[in-house]
Structures are given as structure tokens and as C-alpha cells.
Design a protein around this ligand. Sequence first.
Ligand SMILES: C[S@@+](CC[C@H](N)C(=O)[O-])C[C@H]1O[C@@H](n2cnc3c(N)ncnc32)[C@H](O)[C@@H]1O
Length: 216
Amino acid sequence: MLEKMDEFFAARVVGYDEHMKRDIKGAKEFYGYTASLLPKKEGAHILDLGCGTGLELEEYFKLNPEAKITGIDLSESMLAELKKKFADKDVSVICGSYFDEPLGTEKYDSAVSVESLHHFERSLKLDLYKKLHAALKHDGVFVLTDYFAESEALEVEYFENLKNLKIEQGISDGEFYHYDTPLTVEHEMEVLREAGFSDVKIMKNWEATFTVLAGK
Ligand SMILES: C[S@@+](CC[C@H](N)C(=O)[O-])C[C@H]1O[C@@H](n2cnc3c(N)ncnc32)[C@H](O)[C@@H]1O
């Protein structure tokens, strides 16, 4: 059965960090690597899309303890964990969907997203990435670490599977359910370019998980 996105993560918050670090290929490295691509400037303001409990932020604070973070996440429970972890840090959170929340204009020094955006289709991402592009300062970057479909055929199959599951379970569009529908990394990069990002490039990968860097 498909579970609503926020309920899926609320049910898994206990032990989430350990699970990610132990079971996800590359996670022992990619959180630190992702963090290393964000600005080191003291007080840099970073937007984290789908911050969860803040695994990438743990690594980033090691490199930039004085950073200022705004994290957006659908799940109240994941955000509660994050707030506990970073009580002494400059972290503000928004409980909501990054597709709905206004992100402002030239507000953030850079942005990051790890293991969150593989649940969504291209058209939603295009609108989000346009909004994100506008929200970054002129020299800002977006660091995206996520896992991607290994072929176009698999990408199509994931979306077909989700469509069929929704029909079977009588779920209408408009609410988010947890089901992985990654694009290929090439398609993800196309969407970023279409949204206005420049110099979009793959920095590193761990099997199907890639870090993509996109400049404003
Ligand atoms: C697998 S977790 C990743 C969390 C963290 N970035 C990490 O790598 O540990 C995915 C997170 O994305 C959040 N999420 C999914 N869809 C979202 C949306 N539309 N808006 C905001 N957050 C979302 C979930 O609630 C969850 O906390």
C-alpha cells in the first residue's frame, strides 16, 4: 500500500539516521562530499530542500559552524529531530512542501537537497527549480545529491508503476505518496538547465546516487 509522504517518514524517524548511514550505498561519503561543495563563508545562508533530520547539515556545520540554515520539510517529526540536534545552531525550519512555499528572491547564498527529489515528476521540478534559481544570490549554487534511474526505460517504468498503484488504491493526484520515481540524471540536468541554471555538471557518483552541481 502506498503511504502518504509525511506519514511514511513520521513512521520511520526512529533509527532513520542509522538506517541511512548503514544501508544506503555511498551515504558514508556523500553527505560529507555534498557539504564540501557548499560555501564556507561565515554566516552563509543555505536553503535545504527536504532537510529531514539534517544528515547533510551535520557535515556542513563541521565545515562552517556559523552557517545560517533554512530547512523545508513536509514531516513535522523529521523536523523535530533536526531541531533537537541543532539547538545551538542558526537553523530555522518550514514545515511544508517546497513546491508550495515561497522561496523569495536572491535570498540564499546556496541551496542543497539530498535524497528527497526522486519522488517527483519533471513538470513539478521545473517550477520548483525556476523558483529556486530566483531565490539564489548571483554566485549561488545548488548541490543536488540523489539517486537516479539507471535508464530511460526504468524511469518510465517507475512512473507507470506509481500511476497503476494510484488507480488500484483510488488515490487522486495532488497529494504526495511515498513511491520512488527518479528521473535519469541526464533528464534531471535537462530540467535544471531549462529552469535557468548554468554549468550543470555531475561531480561524483556512488552507483545510482549522483551529486550534481548547478550554478545560478
Ligand atoms: C529520504 S529523506 C532525506 C532527508 C535528508 N535530506 C537526508 O538525506 O537524510 C526525504 C525527506 O524529504 C521530505 N520531503 C519529501 N517530499 C517533500 C516535499 N514536497 N516538500 C518538503 N519535503 C519533502 C520528506 O519528508 C523527508 O524528510
